[in-house]
Design a protein around this ligand. Structure first.
Ligand code: DQA
Length: 147
């Protein structure tokens, strides 16, 4: 089983940007945690981060038929990207949107997610653990589908 984990704009700066909101771990530290958990679960994780909307969409289209599930933190694209939403809507695999922060408890413009309605579900507010929980859930969902 292969799971693609995508991160959008500015998430390359995790560990440096507003640590009181996004936590202390860098993106590569979070990815290392995910690799460890993935190996315990017996699955493979692939990572991609970009600050460019189109590159994220290219990656989604390229890998669509090659992975079993997608976990995505679209960063601020969450709140306005109809193009990213359309790319996600075309997917036929389980998709989980994650956020480190609780976007519903922050500024009004972050309270809307354009992308979550076309995902299987949303996990927000648990810091780096949002990703870990998403990984555990998506593997369980995919395993159930195989039964
Ligand atoms: C974020 C929340 C977004 O509003 C913000 O623009 C980010 C990070 C999160 O993980 O909490 O870049 O997606």
């Amino acid at each position: 089983m292969k799971i693609l984990i995508l991160n959008g704009p500015n998430l390359n700066l995790l560990g440096e940007r507003d640590r009181s909101i996004y936590g202390l771990k860098s993106l590569s530290e979070i990815e290392n945690c995910l690799v460890s958990r993935a190996s315990e679960l017996g699955v493979e994780v692939l990572f991609f981060q970009s600050n460019h909307e189109g590159y994220l969409i290219d990656k989604i289209q390229e890998t669509a038929g090659k992975v079993d599930g997608l976990i995505i933190n679209p960063g601020a694209l969450t709140h306005y990207s109809y193009t990213l939403r359309d790319a996600l809507a075309d997917l036929k695999i389980p998709t989980i949107e994650v956020h480190l922060s609780n976007i519903f408890a922050r500024e009004a413009f972050r309270n809307t997610t354009i992308t979550a309605p076309v995902c299987t579900g949303l996990i927000a507010g648990f810091g780096w653990r949002s990703y870990l929980t998403a990984l555990e859930l998506i593997v369980s969902i995919i395993n159930d589908r195989g039964k």
